[in-house]
Design a protein around this ligand. Structure first.
Ligand code: AMP
Ligand code: GLY
Length: 444
């Protein structure tokens, strides 16, 4: 197969890396790529949202399967356009992608499908929104309705904060057009879980669980980011919970979407809150999570291209999906100042100690302990041949090992080997999960 991957971050690097190991793939293009991706895929200088140019490119190069990483092209209808042109593409149509691109649409579907989610109401005027927040003593979550790069959500525990958040969305229009309406939800408590399902419009198979870490600082302090680290699997939630999620959430959602004439194909990413027996949906996304995808792809065994093609063609039962029972952890290395203001163009050193061919004690030790380490590029660029920072999230340093503690320790060991001015990463990825585990093996 000739495949085209759309996107240029850590998630897309992980997808390209795994596709590169797919037996069915003999050529990979990536629009627009990054210095990590460009080592294994041919870069295509077309922006991920330039749908007409991408369609022409895929036709001209006779691409057999296109895989969409980020949400923007999906919400803009890339799948509709490719399908019209007779091209195969993995992802939901514009209508189906509303599960992510419109929070109020997602709520309507969940309500109709009987899927459990936070109580909510939708407002386009601040007065009524304040009243609703007041009726819940300010313990609410205020969300801009549209896509806001994961930043349009404010978790509030008191009325003053809720009123300020509502004003930011509806009055100051802090999120632009994404904030012409506001969704206000009940504040849920419990443990968050990201769940991924490979969907073909009718049926689905589970693709695993992960936990993300959204706030910028340790102990979940500071503003939310796109995600600062992840691990998989979340062993606290085993097969029984996965089966419940498929039965109570994924399948009813697919049935509801199909009955409305917008069958959902692609990855359905359910952001869940689990509290004892109760599983509630926080949100749906129409794509793989980033950085969850980096950790998940380490564990993916089998032919990724074949599996995604099966879903795109409407028969997920043909997908051969197997996930390694080993654990994987991803540490995101960010630019100092992210998610607010940060510099770009700073030289990055040390990746060759991890990925270069020169032998070293660390690499031998990793190999002896069945540890695999991979540095995915998220926001990097080449400047006169030197690798430099080029985004808020710069690298997604990922390790897989027989147990979570070892994977986390190895990912941190690798992250410490990489330097750039102002680098920042959370030091507590998976800490809560590890504190619940009895084992204390896992030194590397
Ligand atoms: P979202 O962009 O909808 O994923 O929200 C970002 C983060 O806000 C989530 O990962 C949760 O940590 C938090 N969040 C969103 N909605 C709720 C809710 N109803 N209750 C508690 N936390 C929430
Ligand atoms: N890691 C969260 C997201 O991709 O939305």
């Amino acid at each position: 197969m000739r495949v085209l991957v759309i996107g240029n971050g850590g998630r897309e690097h992980a997808l390209v890396w795994r596709l590169h190991q797919s037996e069915s793939v003999w050529k990979i293009f990536c629009a627009s790529g990054n210095p990590g991706i460009d080592q294994i895929a041919e870069p295509v200088a077309i922006a991920p949202t330039d749908i007409p140019a991408l369609t022409s490119f895929a036709m001209e190069k006779k691409v057999d399967l296109t895989i969409v990483g980020p949400e923007d092209p999906l919400a803009a209808g890339i799948v509709d356009e490719f399908t019209k042109a007779g091209l195969k593409i993995f992802g939901p149509t514009r209508a189906a992608a509303q599960l992510e691109s419109s929070k109020s649409f997602a709520k309507t579907i969940m309500r109709a499908a009987g899927v459990s989610t936070a109580e909510f109401a939708v407002f386009d005027a601040a007065g009524a929104a304040w009243e609703y927040a007041g009726s819940r003593q300010g313990r609410v979550v205020v969300k801009a309705d549209g896509l806001a790069l994961g930043k349009g959500v404010t978790v509030c525990r008191e009325l003053a904060a809720a009123r300020a958040a509502i004003s930011d969305v509806l009055e100051s229009r802090k999120f632009g057009a994404a904030g012409s309406r506001v969704v206000i939800e009940e504040l849920l408590t419990g443990e968050e879980l990201s769940f991924f399902a490979l969907c073909d419009g009718e049926n689905a198979i589970a693709l695993g669980t992960a936990q993300d870490h959204k706030p910028i600082f340790d102990n979940d302090e500071g503003p939310n980011t796109g995600g600062m680290g992840a691990y998989t699997p979340v062993s606290q939630f085993g097969a029984e919970i996965e089966e419940r999620i498929m039965r109570e959430i994924v399948r009813p959602t697919l049935a509801e979407m199909k009955s409305r004439g917008m069958p959902y194909r692609g990855v359905l990413y359910a952001g869940l809150m689990i509290d004892g027996d109760r599983i509630k949906v926080i949100e749906f996304n129409a794509r793989f999570g980033d950085p969850e995808c980096e950790a998940l792809m380490m564990r993916f065994e089998g032919d990724l291209a074949q599996a995604l093609l099966a879903a795109a063609e409407g028969d997920v039962s043909k997908a051969k999906v197997r996930l390694s029972p080993r654990s994987a952890a991803t540490i995101v290395m960010a630019s100092g100042g992210y998610p607010v203001e940060y510099k770009k163009g700073l030289p990055i050193a040390g990746i060759d100690q991890i990925e270069g061919s020169a032998p070293s004690n660390v690499k031998v030790r990793w190999a002896m302990n069945r540890i695999r380490v991979k540095v995915f590029h998220a926001g990097t660029a080449l400047s006169d041949g030197v690798l430099v920072t080029d985004g808020g999230r710069v690298l997604a340093v990922t390790a897989m090992a027989p147990d979570l503690q070892t994977a986390v320790a190895a990912a941190y060991e690798a992250a410490e080997m990489i330097e750039f001015e102002g680098r920042h990463f959370r030091r507590d990825i998976a800490r809560r999960a590890l504190s619940r585990m009895p084992t204390t093996s896992g030194s590397v």
